[in-house]
Design a binder for this molecule. Sequence first.
Ligand code: BGC
Length: 355
Amino acid sequence: MLIVMMLAVVVSACGKSSKVEVGIVLPTKDEPRWVQDEQRFKDALKDTKYSAEILFSQGSSAKEKENVDALIAKGIKVLIICPQDGDAAAGAVKAAKDAGITVISYDRLITNTDAVNYYVTFDNVAVGKAQAQYLVDHTKGNGQPLYLYAGAASDNNAFLFFEGAWSVLQPKIADGTFKVANSTEAIMLQDTAELSREQQSKIISQVTTNWEPSDAKNKAQTHLTAATADQKGDVAILAPNDGTARSIADVFGSDTAITSFVVSGQDAEKASIQSIIDGQQSMTVFKDVRDLVTSSIGMAVSILDDKTPETDGATDNGKVEVPTKQNDVIVVDKENVKALLIDSKYYEEKDFTGL
Ligand code: BGC
């Protein structure tokens, strides 16, 4: 009798805890970008009747698979996942597909698998274009040293950012405005307007930061140690995101032979907004995470309500065309930071000094 009663309690407890409809898996808590996404998800979820659980992969594809398995076991119907590694995530999403779950690839594309139903992202090529255009518009040119840095090669976005940047920078390298200072592969390819994936890979593997500020710092130090006098002075730096931009800026800022630098970024992280106000980091690309969260939660709710989610295009992931929803990006620098991020109440004024 007692055993039967205890079993009943266990069963009902399981029944309750399994009512999670949406599983959300994000790459790491160690970068402010993804902690911001978590907060925006929590804010957006308050307005839905469905319950969700958010898990972090902490930079590990194995942990990511564990997270997905745990969410499958909880009976989720929709999985929103930003892959740690675009190819490696195929196994995790296959398990979800086999369990009848609809998979939404979030921000980063999951590649070379048919187990992805939707993709919600920003215009990633536009991010790279905006970073590069800023360097073009805010430097004097004429053989100016250009330092290139990229994201992790396991992240499809790193290729899209680089593709966008190269489309703007390559003509300026070819006409002598810029002179690449830190990549022999980029120099070899400087007359090639459109790079193949393999050609992009060659450059990215030389200048990758792996999305790690510490890797970015080490690489920048190595580059400046090797640089000749004509590769210093006034320089331009393509940095792929805010975390890496700040550490690269620290290295360039402490080299007395660097007289000035213009450095790009992305994500509008608070620390970079302060750095822009302080005149250290030059710009960031603001990707309004609320839009991404609203798009993907909206999609999840449509799926749960048996409706077809809205998309505005499709992306080839190497295996299938994935219906895609893309969001716009905005350039932020010292001139417009207050209007765009503070007056709009995206961030609070009290979190910054010197505005
Ligand atoms: C994201 C960026 C982020 C980077 C590193 C990219 O896929 O789009 O916003 O800074 O990953 O986490």
